[in-house]
Design a binder for this molecule. Sequence first.
Ligand code: ADP
Ligand code: XUL
Length: 557
Amino acid sequence: MADLSLPKDALFLGFDSSTQSLKATVLDSNLVIVASELIHFDSDLPHYKTKDGVYRDPSVNGRIVSPTLMWVEALDLIFQRLSKAKLDFGKIAAVSGSGQQHGSVYWKTGSSALLSSLDSKKPLVDQLRSAFSIDESPIWMDCSTTAQCREIEKAVGGALELSKITGSRAYERFTGPQIRKIFETQPEAYKNTERISLVSSFMACLFIGAYACIDQTDGAGMNLMDIKERAWSKAALQATAPDLEQKLGKLAPAHAVAGPIASYFVERYNFNKNCLVVQWSGDNPNSLAGLTLSTPGDLAISLGTSDTVFGISKVPQPGLEGHVFPNPVDTEGYMVMLCYKNGSLTREDVRNRCAEKSWDVFNKFLEQTPPLNGGKIGFYYKEHEILPPLPVGFHRYHLENFTGETVDGLNEKEVQEFDPPSEVRAVIEGQFLSMRAHAERFGMPSPPKRIIATGGASANQSILNAIAAIFGCDVYTVERPDSASLGGALRAAHGWLCNKEGSFVPMSSMYKDSDKSSVSCKLSKTAGDQSLVKKYSVLMQKRIEIENRLVQKLGRC
Ligand code: ADP
Ligand code: XUL
């Protein structure tokens, strides 16, 4: 049998270029975390003047972008920090990472020459200032492309047809509609673009000093790729913009090597010239890898800027809700996912308004209010929501005499406000009841065998308690909440191994029998009381009834 062990002294470096920060995680060959770093965009790079890592454009409804150069400068800065922490870059055998999904970068004609001749004496940011035809990258929070979504769906034969091909109907944040909008509204910039990267492949470009392929998993978040063929769909390309295939370049599997590390990093930071750069992928796919999610009954819940829920599936069944992507660590399987725009920032809004801007007070309120919240239900959309497709707005209802036994005869009264503790419970119960309801409707396991929680808010024990009570299953966590950069380091090791073997090897071959590594999940909360879970099912049924009415009345974003 082949030797599937990693070289004893080697290190593996993973990144996550997400909405609010750039994170790095370093694993040793036992898959134990030996270093980590974080650059917070708003506070560490204040000259870009972002709020939550983004610009919300007041002049164009729903336009949300981030300065592309900020991501470059964050990389310069994280390397300074890793150098200060005395990380031995020479030991790093492979690098990989992830980017927030769907966001796109537009390289100006002639920039490939710039990329391949980077001067190791200068920071990247000073050398790439004129590299982009569009300086502000549209990101996943943007919802300014509804018209383009409908045009693309119509051109391929409808929303369901597009979903059958690409794994999702057209969504405003997906890259295809974003590209079409640029082609329609900034034709000169589109013409002057020689390569379009996702945030993930963009970061890989910096590491190899050349244009990197888009990986097949993150590529599925564009409404442009045929998910069964794992190749660009001619029909989707044609429906989106002219000359697009050449601007996108090729697709590659997530475990493939993007290229050797650029001499820039060898000369500037003493990387070994044999260090490999493994394809970067999306943050949710990388989290799936970092959480080692490989059992069909398990679900992961990621509580970052967005909230997502995802699992794996052998058979793709794309529909009008949710997304199907190729599994980044299984060449035949799929990853299924739902995404909510109102995640951490909406919880923070309630914390700031009702809980003295303190998670401790927020948690105290959550613990002191009864499960089911005495029939108080809230819908909190600080941003246009994806699921359900509803505009910005808060809606609060009180189900009088709610006992949790039945929805029959229950009347809801719309109210303007709740007392602060009830508002805290309403936002948490609302988010997770909505997640459970849509996950069930999407065919995800119900109840799941277990939930693995990750992302910034998974550090909050009171929130994990609520998840265990609402879903009625055990909740696990990994050592640190940033599973995407951990997944990057793990995929770096996996890509290194596949490259050594000359073919794909299962990722599980890297874990030891009694796994003491940083990638093993630990039980954090046990399943809630099952009679309470039943009552939550009743509340969920009522909530969906109200939600459907809101969608009929207020429509898509
Ligand atoms: P992203 O990767 O999308 O940038 P993260 O996964 O890093 O986001 O999560 C950042 C979010 O985590 C913050 O917006 C913050 O609201 C949330 N967070 C951090 N600590 C807590 C906590 N103790 N309780 C609830 N939320 C938290
Ligand atoms: C997924 C999505 C977000 C981003 C940002 O479809 O839009 O989760 O990946 O984290």
